[in-house]
Design a protein around this ligand. Structure first.
Ligand code: NDP
Length: 268
């Protein structure tokens, strides 16, 4: 059976094996997908052993997405611009790198009936996840995308890479009220129970999305809901969406996201 794995540290919490198992059943594909914890110092050797074992592909998660890129013989444009890969495909000993995180976000936004064409998007955060979603978002022709980050210089560096006049960079304190139709929290602040200090009026009537997910609403989404957000959505759908896109890259068939998301939400 074709072998796939997700490599990360930590990895116990990963829902990818469950997601890919459901995709395989749904599309009647024969494959085996496991998760593997990797010691930080062993990453490169672990991947090369996996390639040599005859495996077909892998997902890469924190903190290895940048290091994985260095191992690739070829990269897609979206992986190059993201500066990180989450999907590896092995063909004749060669490693092909891709980044499906952005596509996962876009799929989930569209599944939630959030229109992107001519939208005014605010992305909070300028780390790997923010970088990965810019190109797929631009493909849907928004009016503008503003990247706001705690460390403003990182947001400025990020937009210079893209050379697109729809993009601009700023700090959290310089945002104008009522300007955005969609706000995406791409910071990791939710993981420590906080969120970026942006003006309350920004979230009123805006769609608010947090890449982080959990059993309860994240602090950002809770706050946005209390302050009149049009709709709040967490990042579980993005996770399933990026997995579906990886599955498509590997198997050439795009699984359905909705039923999987439903199962995961019911399962807690
Ligand atoms: P990085 O570590 O690369 O970037 C973290 C970002 O968060 C930086 O912009 C950083 O700002 C900002 N930040 C961290 N803490 C705070 C804070 N307390 N207040 C304000 N800003 C803060 O992480 P990633 O970009 O890889 O991931 C970001 C989040 O997205 C993670 O929580 C990750 O789990 C999630 N994610 C979810 C996915 C999904 O499928 N749902 C896929 C990918 C990521 P600064 O530059 O100033 O340090």
């Amino acid at each position: 059976m074709d072998q796939y794995r997700v490599f990360g540290n930590p990895i116990k919490q990963s829902r990818s094996p469950a997601i890919h198992q459901i995709f395989a059943q749904q599309t009647q594909q024969q494959l085996n997908y496991q998760s593997e914890y990797v010691e930080v110092k062993n990453f490169e050797k672990t991947i090369s052993d996996f390639v040599e074992s005859g495996a077909k592909g892998a997902n890469i998660t924190l903190p290895f997405k940048e290091r994985a890129m260095e191992l690739c013989h070829q990269l897609t444009d979206r992986a190059k611009l993201a500066g990180a890969v989450n999907t590896l495909t092995f063909i004749d000993g060669q490693i092909f790198g891709d980044n499906t995180d952005g596509e996962g976000l876009v799929k989930d936004l569209l599944n939630n009936d959030i229109n992107l064409k001519n939208s005014r998007i605010l992305i909070l955060g300028a780390g790997g996840a923010a970088k990965g979603v810019i190109l797929p978002l631009l493909a849907h022709e928004p009016e503008k995308i503003v990247i706001a980050n705690r460390t403003v210089s990182k947001a400025e560096d990020l937009i210079t890479k893209f050379n697109n006049d729809k993009l601009s960079a700023t700090g959290f304190n310089d945002l104008d009220e009522g300007e955005f139709t969609l706000i995406v929290n791409a910071t990791s602040a939710s993981l420590s129970g906080t969120f970026p200090a942006i003006p309350k009026a920004l979230v009123a009537n805006a769609y608010c999305y947090d890449m982080v997910y959990g059993n309860d609403l994240t602090p950002f989404l809770l706050w946005a809901k209390e302050n009149g957000a049009k709709k709040v959505v967490d990042g579980l759908g993005m996770l399933v969406g990026q997995a579906a896109e990886s599955f498509r890259v590997w198997r050439n068939v795009l699984p359905e996201i909705g039923p999987v998301l439903e199962k995961l939400r019911v399962g807690g």
